[in-house]
Design a protein around this ligand. Structure first.
Ligand code: FAD
Length: 542
């Protein structure tokens, strides 16, 4: 293969592009905004790795076991092993390209512990791990831009795949600068478009991650996986715009969760789970917080100002800036919020989807995290997935020729033009808000059959209307045409959650609170002419 189209320029997209370029491939890297503004820059806590000289009894095997257990054993051992085995190499790669990791008082790489880990294995760069990794990758991308191996296309949004008979030949992209569509042909297309935040409105993440690409490609035949597993992060600070993440590092450094009863503190996680209670996995902590039905606080004040400033300065700054709280003196009011999506494109070990030459990496793919992701594993998976896809693509022979999609592109341009002709201001944004409300209400930390049925009925109604409405000319065309894809994804997520009549990892059913052996499989969902079809992974297909 020669030409690769990578859609999305966060950590996974750039890792893929850089590895492709190293292997001699030509890459077009498409995104609506610069990498500096991707969600990846928000990652603060760190990245997991097991180095040979970790000196504390940690091993790749322990990392594999923690990841599988944390994900309620839905991910396969083979895939998780591949991820963990390469973690040391990935950390060294990041150092080589200029990522500066924090060091401890002995000058050794500093690491911390996150929920569900048996050993300290999360390496970090002060309070800005994501930002540091993004900066180093940008320098690598620029280097390959200078050599002509990578071409960056900013202000461009994915519209749809150029797919015929189960093979992908490129993508149709809307260019905000020229205000028109462009067909970009490629030997392989790699989706790296991140999570699905827009489905839920306010989350800890970026609204750039709207899930549209997943919804659109699902309509075009791509299979999705494990959509019902949505991670609620237990500790976020509510603000008007967003749920600000209070990094798990705060609990890793000893932070304690409590509520008040008759004026006395009840450390409910420690009472129920013992000494390590505050560091249980995110699904468990969020659920316990939900079930106690009280206002919850996180206390780190006993660490003292000096240690707080050294270890979790971003938490200190954030609480002061947004709520005027001095965390060295007062506890932090926290609530769980949607944070990460374990579900996404179903991909094989090589990161290819069920559509030939269409790959997916990073948070938009579902692979390593099973029913619940461990903190620090996402950055690792984003880089590993990007590299793995690149290496697979480099080893393949491309298609000799591609079909002509110009008629298809012309048709899509016409739809956009026709739908935008009137002065109709039917609020596309209003339907998005309704969707977010529905998802929050019917697909919360605890779900049940009735709420999921209601959610499906509501989203079907929004979908019907979305198909009929004229576009809103006051917003970007992408905001208009992405609506149906986003709603379709929402419908698929609800359908998966309804189908899993058990509780496992981040999916908790109030009406089926037990984990059941008969559901010990990953969910695959596909779309066929209006029907949302579900099957267990491995039963048919790849
Ligand atoms: C607040 C916060 C803190 C976190 N902290 C950690 C941490 O400490 N450790 C850890 O391991 N994980 C952490 N995570 C998770 C982790 O940051 C993400 O899972 C990871 O960065 C995702 O990388 P990505 O490349 O897949 O996607 P992103 O970085 O989200 O990039 C997606 C890219 O796709 C582009 N895109 C989206 N839609 C389209 C479209 N239609 N057309 C074209 N381009 C499109 C976007 O513009 C962007 O360039 C955190 C997440 C959040 C929200």
């Amino acid at each position: 293969m020669k030409n690769v189209l990578v859609i999305g320029s966060g950590i996974s997209g750039m890792s893929c592009a850089v590895r492709c370029a190293e292997l001699g491939l030509n890459v077009t890297l498409v995104s609506p905004f610069p990498s500096e503004r991707s969600q990846s820059v928000m990652a603060a806590g760190g990245i997991n790795a097991v180095l040979e000289d970790n000196g504390e009894g940690d091993s790749v095997l322990c990392h594999v076991e923690d990841t599988l257990r944390g994900g309620a054993y839905l991910a396969s051992e083979e895939e998780v092993k591949g991820l963990c085995e390469r973690s040391g190499e990935i950390l060294r790669f990041l150092e080589r390209i200029g990522t500066v990791f924090s060091v401890d008082e002995y000058g050794k790489a500093a690491k911390r512990i996150f929920g569900g880990q048996s050993h300290k294995r999360t390496y970090y760069c002060g309070a800005s791990t994501g930002k540091q990794i993004v900066s180093s990758l940008i320098m690598e991308v620029r280097h390959f831009e200078a050599t002509g191996k990578i071409t960056r296309r900013l202000w461009s949004c994915f519209h749809s795949g150029l797919i015929l008979d189960g093979v992908c030949y490129g993508a149709l992209v809307y260019d905000e600068a020229t205000r028109g569509f462009e067909t970009i042909y490629a030997d392989a297309v790699v989706m790296a478009t991140g999570g699905q935040n827009t489905l839920f409105g306010k989350t800890t993440g970026s609204t750039q991650c709207d899930g549209y690409a997943q919804g659109q490609l699902f309509l075009q035949g791509a299979e999705l996986k494990n959509l019902e597993f949505i991670q609620y992060h237990p500790t976020t600070l509510q603000t008007g715009q967003k749920h600000m993440l209070i990094s798990e590092a705060a609990r890793g450094e000893g932070g304690r969760l409590f509520y008040l009863e008759n004026g006395k503190r009840v450390y409910f996680m420690e009472d129920k789970y013992g000494e390590k209670g505050n560091l249980m996995t995110r699904d468990v902590v969020s659920r316990e917080m939900f079930l106690v039905k009280r206002d919850i606080w996180l206390d780190v004040s006993f660490l003292g100002e000096e240690l707080i400033r050294r270890r979790i300065p971003e938490v200190m700054e954030l609480c002061m800036k947004y709520r005027g709280i001095d965390i060295s003196k007062e506890p932090i009011p926290v609530t769980p919020s949607v944070h990460f999506f374990m579900g996404g494109f179903a991909v094989g070990l090589d990161h290819e989807t069920n559509i030939r030459n269409l790959f997916a990496v990073g948070e938009c793919a579902s692979k390593y995290h099973g029913a619940n992701r461990l903190g620090g594993n996402s950055l690792l998976a984003a880089i590993y997935g990007g590299m793995t896809a690149a290496e697979e693509i480099a080893g393949r022979k491309g298609e000799d020729r591609h079909p002509d999609f110009s008629e298809y592109a012309g048709k899509q341009a016409l739809v956009l033009e026709e739908k935008g002709k009137t002065e109709s201001r039917f609020p596309v944004a209003y339907i998005r808000d309704l969707l977010a409300e529905t998802m929050h209400k019917d697909l919360g930390i605890v779900r049940n059959e009735e709420s999921l049925d209601n959610g499906i009925t509501d989203v079907d109604y929004y979908l019907e209307n979305a198909e009929r409405i004229q576009y809103d000319n006051s917003v970007m065309p992408y905001f208009n045409y992405s609506l149906t894809g986003i709603l379709t994804l929402g419908r698929a997520v609800l359908t998966c959650a309804r189908n899993r009549r058990e509780s496992r990892g981040a999916h908790y059913r109030g009406d089926y609170p037990e984990m059941k052996e008969e559901y010990a499989f990953s969910t695959i969902i596909s779309y066929d002419d209006g029907a949302y079809n579900i099957r267990p992974e491995g039963s048919v297909g790849r």
